[in-house]
Design a protein around this ligand. Structure first.
Ligand code: NAD
Length: 541
């Protein structure tokens, strides 16, 4: 421990690079893309100091070219999972006793590695593995990941600085202990930054982690582990285990030292894991912390005072960026009838202008959806919509999985506000519009609030200030991230802490101090300087 109060650098958001033709960053990322594309790798299990290439493996392929083989990733058996838990617990004591200045330094170093020498690689890996165009990869794998690491460093310092009042003759201290045991991190395919942050946030606060990434993010998960290793995160602090999620979760959640779940993914999986934790509650040494950010059915509600070009852009970007595979993507749109036709026409024009294909071609706005299951699910909803009388397919509705999982961006219009695509999270480039009579906006707001089980993101678009005030109040619980005159996606760390309630999660706001607080268990220490020597009160003789 050094003598001095160390202060964390003040974070600012990592600037977004533009990848214009002829730019160095464009050359670098395309070179990295080609190199990674042409190499075959096996992603090992990362357990303590060991990188284990197990016998059982699964294939990795890019969603936009599913016959191309990127290599394999190793599948864990239950002995590996036990080994990962043991490695985490073995690393625990030293890590939680490592001073904050050194703990935080490795994460700040990881941020600088991503912002600098690893930027091209982590972006290229995300383009390949998750089929993100370069802009979507840049704002996720580079910028958001860097921001999570830098802002969390500052939030952690703020938390540690929060101390109780002092009394006469007494010193009070709050020590922000890591949780006893280990944290289980379970992550989705769609954001490289989320995967990294879900591990890094508890580890920053002194915890040790067993991480199970999504099968469909393994290629970029490896780059995250490479960065953590180069940054100097000690072996065993973050262990990566891939394979059968049910088997892995069964082993992890039945361990008495399991102390927290840090999850992002679908609502159904989170509810299942929560139930399992509940069933095991008498086996644990501590009550586990449960943090889960889950699904959404996010809305844009337009008032007749909305500015039309801005509304068209909000629907286009909010609905179709990254093929609608953001938990915050707009997928149900409420338009007043006085402007509906012109707005719909504008959105259709935009969709017709989209180019679709491999992310390697930087002109492509749309690439593939993540996997065959997702493709098939989207196709089934599109085909059903073609048959149902209460819905019209306005544009799109076609698809092709011969080379990659390509679904043409699709716009549906329904006369039934409870039509299935207004209620169900599809997680793809399918957006549904419902048109309401202008004068009926109050009832329609009630409909927005009650149509789905979710409460993640939503936007209102309007110029009328009185409407904005009333709608904001009426929709208070409809969204954890609420946007006025914007799309409901694209939250920036440090500016728009992210998360929703209802079936969308525990709303612990990733990228804020609120999330970090879940990974500490404070100990109050009271020291009395001159202790009393007599039990009697002064009022007694
Ligand atoms: P998913 O639920 O299919 O998978 C998430 C993780 O859970 C993966 O690691 C997966 O392997 C694991 N998993 C799957 N089945 C499991 C089981 N039976 N037991 C234990 N673990 C299991 O989600 P996905 O398709 O990777 O991601 C998309 C979902 O994530 C969407 O619902 C989206 O809304 C949500 N999401 C939410 C946020 C948010 O912040 N609210 C952010 C990103 C994604």
């Amino acid at each position: 421990m050094s003598n001095g109060f160390f202060s964390v650098p003040k974070p600012t958001n990592d600037p977004i690079l533009h990848y214009k033709k002829g730019s160095d960053e464009r050359k670098d990322v395309l070179n990295a893309y080609k190199e990674m594309w042409n190499k075959s790798i096996d992603v090992p299990l990362y357990i303590g100091r060991e990188k284990i290439h197990s016998e059982q493996k699964a294939k990795m392929s890019p969603p936009h070219d599913h016959k191309h083989k990127l290599g394999t990733y190793s599948l864990a058996d239950s002995a590996h999972v036990h080994q990962a838990i043991d490695a985490a617990l073995a690393a625990k004591k030293k890590w939680e006793n490592t001073s904050f200045e050194h703990r935080v330094s490795v994460f700040l170093k990881a941020a600088d590695l991503i912002a600098g020498p690893y930027r091209a690689r982590i972006n290229a890996a995300t383009m390949i593995a998750q089929s993100k165009n370069i802009y979507q990869a840049e704002i996720d794998a580079a910028c958001e990941f860097v921001d999570f690491l830098r802002f969390n460093a500052a939030f952690a310092a703020d938390i540690y600085a929060q101390q109780p009042a002092q009394g006469n003759g007494v010193i009070n201290r709050l020590e922000y202990r890591a949780l006893e045991g280990f944290v289980y991190a379970v992550t989705p395919f769609n954001f490289t930054a989320i995967a990294g942050n879900i591990c890094a946030a508890p580890a920053l606060m002194g915890n040790v982690v067993v991480w199970k990434p999504s099968d469909h993010q393994m290629f970029s998960a490896k780059i995250i582990m490479d960065i953590f290793e180069e940054a100097g995160i000690p072996p065993g602090v973050i262990n990566l285990i891939s394979g059968d999620p049910v088997m892995i979760s069964d082993v992890v959640l039945s361990h008495p030292e399991f102390s927290g779940l840090h999850f992002t993914g679908s609502t159904a999986v989170f509810k299942k894991l929560w139930t399992q934790i509940g069933n095991n509650i008498t086996n644990y040494r501590n009550y586990p912390r449960i943090v889960g950010e889950t699904g959404g059915k996010d809305f844009i509600f337009a008032h007749h005072s909305a500015r039309i070009p801005e509304l068209i852009t909000a629907i286009t970007r909010g609905g179709y960026e990254f093929q609608g595979q953001k938990c915050s993507a707009a997928s149900r749109i409420y338009l007043p009838e006085s402007i509906a036709d012109v707005v719909i026409e504008g959105v259709i024009d935009n969709i017709k202008s989209f180019s679709m294909g491999s992310p390697e071609d930087m002109n492509n706005f749309i690439t593939a959806v993540i996997h065959e299951n997702s493709f098939d699910k989207l196709v089934s909803y599109i085909e059903q919509a073609k048959k149902d009388a209460e819905v019209d397919v306005l544009v799109g509705g076609t698809y092709d999985k011969s080379k990659g999982y390509f679904v043409h961006p699709t716009l549906l219009k329904t006369t039934d506000p409870h039509y299935t695509t207004m209620e169900t999270e599809l997680f793809g480039p399918v957006v549904t519009v419902y048109v309401y009579p202008d004068r009926d906006w109050k009832n329609t707001l009630a409909l927005v609030d009650t149509t789905t089980e979710y409460g993640l993101t939503g936007a209102i678009v309007a110029q009328d200030r009185l409407f904005i005030e009333e709608a904001s109040a009426r929709l208070r619980h409809a969204a954890g991230n609420f946007y006025i005159n914007d799309k409901p996606s694209g939250a920036v760390v440090g500016q728009q802490p992210f998360g929703g309630a209802r079936a969308s999660g525990t709303n612990d706001k990733a990228g804020s101090a609120l999330n970090l607080l879940r990974w500490v268990s404070p100990r109050l220490i009271k020291e009395t300087l001159v202790p009393a020597k007599d039990y009697r009160y002064p009022c007694m003789d």
